[in-house]
Design a protein around this ligand. Sequence first.
Ligand SMILES: Nc1nc2c(c(=O)[nH]1)N[C@H]1C(S)=C(S)[C@@H](COP(=O)(O)OP(=O)(O)OC[C@H]3O[C@@H](n4cnc5c(=O)[nH]c(N)nc54)[C@H](O)[C@@H]3O)O[C@H]1N2
Ligand SMILES: Nc1nc2c(c(=O)[nH]1)N[C@H]1C(S)=C(S)[C@@H](COP(=O)(O)OP(=O)(O)OC[C@H]3O[C@@H](n4cnc5c(=O)[nH]c(N)nc54)[C@H](O)[C@@H]3O)O[C@H]1N2
Ligand code: SF4
Ligand SMILES: [Mo]
Length: 758
Amino acid sequence: MKTHTKECVGQALSNAFSRRRFLKAMAASGALACLPGALLRPLTAEAGIVYEGDYQTFRNACPRNCYDTCSIKSYVKDGVLQFIEGAQESTYTRGGLCVKGYAYTRRPYEPTRVKYPMEQQGRGSGNWKRLSWDEAMDKIARKVLEMQEKDGNLLGLGMTKYSGNFGITNYVVEGMMSSLGYTTRFTGTPCWPAGIDAQNYDLGNMWCNDPEDFPDARYVILWGVNPAWCSVHSMKYIYAARDRGAKIVAIDPVMTQTAAKADEYWQVKTSADGALALGMARHILDQGLVDRDWVDNNSVGFEEFASYLRNNVTVDWAAELSGVPAERIKAVAEEFATAKPATIWIGYGMQRHVNGGATVRAVDALVAMTGNVGKVGGGARYGHLQTWGFNYHAMLQKQPEGAKGVPGKTEVKGDFHFTGDQGEVSYSDRILNINKTAQEILDAQDPPVRMLWVSCKNPFSQDFDRNKMQKAFDKLEMVVTVDNFFNQTVEQSDIVLPVTTLFEEWTINASYWHYWLSINEQAIKPMYEAKSNIEIAAALSKKMNELSPGSCTFPTEVDTKEWMVKEFNQNIYDQFGLESWEDLREGPRKMKLASSASWSTLEFGTPSKKYEFKSELCAEHGHKALPEWKEPREPNAKLRLLTPHTKFAIHSQFNNIDWMQEFNPRPYVYLNPQTASERGIDDGDTVRVFNDLGEVTIQAKLTSILPADTIMMYEAWFHANPYNCQNLVDDTAADMGSYKTGQPGVAIHDQFADVARV
Ligand SMILES: Nc1nc2c(c(=O)[nH]1)N[C@H]1C(S)=C(S)[C@@H](COP(=O)(O)OP(=O)(O)OC[C@H]3O[C@@H](n4cnc5c(=O)[nH]c(N)nc54)[C@H](O)[C@@H]3O)O[C@H]1N2
Ligand SMILES: Nc1nc2c(c(=O)[nH]1)N[C@H]1C(S)=C(S)[C@@H](COP(=O)(O)OP(=O)(O)OC[C@H]3O[C@@H](n4cnc5c(=O)[nH]c(N)nc54)[C@H](O)[C@@H]3O)O[C@H]1N2
Ligand code: SF4
Ligand SMILES: [Mo]
């Protein structure tokens, strides 16, 4: 505390000041409001410290798993973060953040933050006792050594980490595990794996156009994506496309805010998009609107695809399955095929289905058969990892001499397998599926998962089947969670360790959507006793080596900034035209793109080097070679349940912060008035949403944005509120994902439930 006197005194002031700014910015122009630059005095620099008037300024970046990965400029006075704005230098961020982003000023100072290492007397009791760092590390290290002693290896130590903070240095959590030995890792991703595999089969990689070239499109289909909430900065490009004459079509079972802005909206039946895409493809074929030139020169398997369409697909069939009128399917198919360039933004929501990968392949095919792949303003846009070629030094740590694990080398499945493969090894980690975390913990034997290390991850809120997760946690002998807040997983942990917020550490942030790179400078000192994930690894190593010399290879003294610098390499410098990483202190940089179009050379990454309408590799992996229709999941309750992402939170983050609660104080289940009246439910009634897995008691909100067969709750964590949609969401796998991410995706939107008045 001593070192933070100034911050703490400044805190009340700071927050009163910046809260007013926050509300003003919100009021000014919605989500993209930016702060008035005229208030700021000119820039002066001394000894690497940048001042604007009385404020010291810093470069930061939003590290959440958001398309936008905003570049942030932060203003600090007397060691206190006063306010932030979107960086002006990035044409993508263009000076503005989202409603959540503006609340960042509050995050370091939020009163409910985890401030010290603490131990809970009985999981779920809320009876927390403060520990010193030394005491916390001692308890953890002794447990690690006990497992090593008992099992002869560390496979009893499990680690789960995902998208709490995607700063490159946070891969240190994996590195810390490797430095202890061969451990159990939960791998895979709930975000986008089915679509990644689909794009790999079709194109040979996942690679999207620069979103800043949307204005060049003459036709834009937003398919199962909600950028008005999930990628707010992309909307300006979509509006720009429309201003230049493009038509915008949105396809979603929910009339989202994105759909509300479109020129045409299709309320597709959930999980029926594959049929819709194939119906459009059949009509394009029948009308002779296939781009023969493109297809002949750049693809394989089109004739087989065409004959599949002729024999199995009709527009009427597609209309019946999807609920979209046949004449609209025909009209939009014709418009799409003739407007050049035309593009489709394929959302992640659409592929979280048992047929999600097959659906993405059918949508890719529409873009390819109309010759729109490789074109500026065109493309089947899904995501990319072009700007992520860092050293992953923090991640690639060496196991201690003599460490044992799973015999043999792990078959490295997919590009996302981050276990620090060290070349010739006789042992490897035990790999479990992150999308079935609860089941995997329940099933793991010899040894069982005894201890779980949770970092940048909130399994109780974000993983699937909460009742099963509770049973799984009951099996664990020790749970350590590293977090900023006392979230629902911390509630079920034995020890919590306080971690820095983005303003308190150094890191680097890249995007999976746009092509900008940002540095994240330390702008304020760590609050209370928070440490960065790198410092936590060093502290653990120190204790491990004290108790048992040689038991951990991680350095015991670290400097987070130096570790950030170690992540850069010449390729990154060349890619972004940087002399040194320090150039990023002047502002974010954009990759030097040969073209804004992905695949502009039309040399694809597939085995044939062409676009593959027919993929033998896909067939080898147990799917259809062609992008055929795949049946959806059988309903197991009366209504379909959707739990998509909300405007006011990223998963379990933001919404717990007091400022955000002013915007979004409570959760609701949303239902169509007809669904409600059939059940005698009025707006505002307390209802029970239930299925075989569990139930949620919640207030009802009636809305006509949903069809009558669907109910919806947004995934989110409300501080001091037991709400959790995972009581109702199971861990059924999506069809694809194993090829590139090592694990299949998860059918988050193939869920069913019913609702009744309490
Ligand atoms: N029902 C349903 N479930 C879903 C989804 C859905 O649509 N519906 N979406 C899925 C998707 S796409 C995703 S990406 C996942 C996301 O799920 P998670 O990966 O769990 O992501 P978050 O909830 O954003 O963050 C997890 C935790 O990281 C913490 N954190 C933040 N910064 C740091 C840091 O610097 N260090 C450490 N150690 N911790 C930090 C946060 O406080 C938070 O408690 O959820 C999935 N689950
Ligand atoms: N505000 C905010 N922004 C975010 C996030 C957040 O939680 N909040 N999360 C970030 C992360 S981790 C991710 S993965 C992305 C996700 O970004 P998006 O993919 O845009 O968001 P989702 O809510 O996952 O799903 C998008 C839409 O898919 C629809 N959908 C579901 N099933 C189907 C279907 O069968 N067919 C069709 N056509 N549509 C369907 C849903 O109704 C939803 O409107 O956003 C990122 N940005
Ligand atoms: S959540 Fe997304 S839009 Fe908001 S500040 Fe972060 S990166 Fe930007
Ligand atoms: Mo995600």
